[in-house]
Structure formats: structure tokens, C-alpha cells
Design a protein around this ligand. Structure first.
Ligand code: CDP
Length: 202
């Protein structure tokens, strides 16, 4: 039996942490779909055309630590606005969503485009300032030299591009449950997500 949890939201809202915790809690598979776009973006920084990179993507491309840098995040959001790039990545995501035993997919368009039939749809968000501060601390912990101002500017620029594009713009699905984590601990946000999923499973 398949059971799909779609988790969407803007940059650094806490989707990744919540998705990993929820997947572990229910023993579901987890796909961070942002990594697909980051991997394509990373290939374009090396000179490969975006559509070609998306069509040739392989699992090993998703494993590099270098995908977490701000430069790759910006490249990801640029290639993500190209319809042929998005189209090349659809089948893989839908197949993952239907895997036996349940799946959590996090991204921008999972509840709206990739899995409109998902059993649970969550939209995880927080103020731009809170998200930028979290991302700043993550990057700092990895030893990447960035300023708070630059991280906030990057987050805002990426949000605007992700929400403003014509193909699969970032927005909550009509039936999504909104979780605003601005004033929530990560434990509280995970508990809320688990409660929504449990209610839907019963
Ligand atoms: O971790 P963070 O929230 O900063 O970003 P991400 O989830 O790794 O996504 C990187 C970029 O990929 C986003 O800014 C989007 O432009 C794009 N993306 C998308 O268009 N659709 C998805 N399902 C996932 C990511």
C-alpha cells in the first residue's frame, strides 16, 4: 500500500528536518526533491546545459555535500524555472511517491503538481527573517563564510523566483495544512506534522 506525505514550503522553513523526522517516525521513505534541482544547478555551474543535465541525472549526483552551498541553491532555483527541467524530473518523483510502505517528499510543488492526490499535504513556512537566521547558522556550522545580510537577501531572492515562476510556482495546495514554524521549536513542529498524519491514517 502506498501512502504519500507531501511537504512544501519556502527556503529554510524546516521542511527537511520535519520530513526526515516524520519519515523516521513512520518508517516511510524520504525524498528531498530540492536535491534534484540542486544537482542540476551544480551541473550548470560546471558548464552543462540545464535540460541536458536534468535528463541525464543519476542517483549518485544527489550524494555530494557540495550541493548545500548558497551558489548551488541559487543555480537550483534558476534551473527550476525551466519547464523542460521540471518535466524531466516528474516520473522519478511520482514513482518514489508510490513506493510500497509510504513516502515523504519535500519540495515546492509536491502537493500541487507532483502528487495532487497525496494523502497528507503540509505547507511548512516561517518569516523570512527566521528562515534566514536558521540557514545562516547551518552554513556557519559547516564552516561556510557568509554574512547574515547576504543569507537573508538570498532567501528573499529565491522565494521571489520560486513563487513568481509560471511553471509550478511555490504555493500551498488548497487542502494543505499550514504549519508556521516562526515561533515553534522543531520538536513542536514535528509533533504537529506527526499528529496530522496520524489523524489521516486512521
Ligand atoms: O533547502 P532549501 O529549502 O533552501 O532549498 P531546496 O529545497 O534544496 O530547493 C532548492 C531550490 O530548488 C528551490 O529554491 C527551488 O527553486 C527548487 N525546487 C523546486 O523548484 N521544486 C522542488 N520540488 C524542490 C526544489
Amino acid at each position: 500500500m502506498s501512502f504519500t506525505v507531501a511537504i512544501d514550503g519556502p527556503a529554510a522553513a524546516g521542511k527537511g528536518t520535519i520530513s526526515r523526522a516524520v519519515a523516521a517516525h513512520f518508517a516511510f521513505g524520504h525524498l528531498d526533491t530540492g536535491l534534484l534541482y540542486r544537482a542540476v544547478g551544480a551541473h550548470t555551474l560546471d558548464g552543462t546545459p540545464a535540460v541536458e543535465a536534468a535528463q541525464a541525472l543519476v542517483a549518485e549526483d544527489l550524494e555530494s555535500d557540495a550541493l548545500r552551498t548558497p551558489a548551488v541553491a541559487q543555480a537550483a532555483s534558476k534551473v527550476a524555472a525551466i519547464p523542460q527541467v521540471r518535466a524531466a524530473l516528474i516520473d522519478f518523483q511520482r514513482a518514489f511517491a508510490r513506493r510500497a510502505g509510504g513516502a515523504v517528499l519535500d519540495g515546492r510543488d509536491i502537493g500541487t503538481v507532483i502528487c495532487p492526490e497525496a494523502e497528507v499535504k503540509l505547507y511548512v513556512t516561517a518569516s523570512a527573517e527566521v528562515r534566514a537566521e536558521r540557514r545562516y547558522l547551518e552554513l556557519e556550522a559547516k564552516g561556510l563564510l557568509v554574512s547574515r545580510e547576504q543569507v537573508l537577501a538570498d532567501v528573499r531572492e529565491r522565494d521571489a523566483r520560486d513563487m513568481g515562476r509560471s511553471d509550478a510556482p511555490l504555493k500551498p495546495a488548497e487542502d494543505a495544512v499550514i504549519i508556521d514554524t516562526s515561533d515553534m521549536s522543531i520538536e513542536a513542529a514535528v509533533a504537529r506534522a506527526v499528529a496530522v498524519i496520524e489523524a489521516r491514517r486512521d
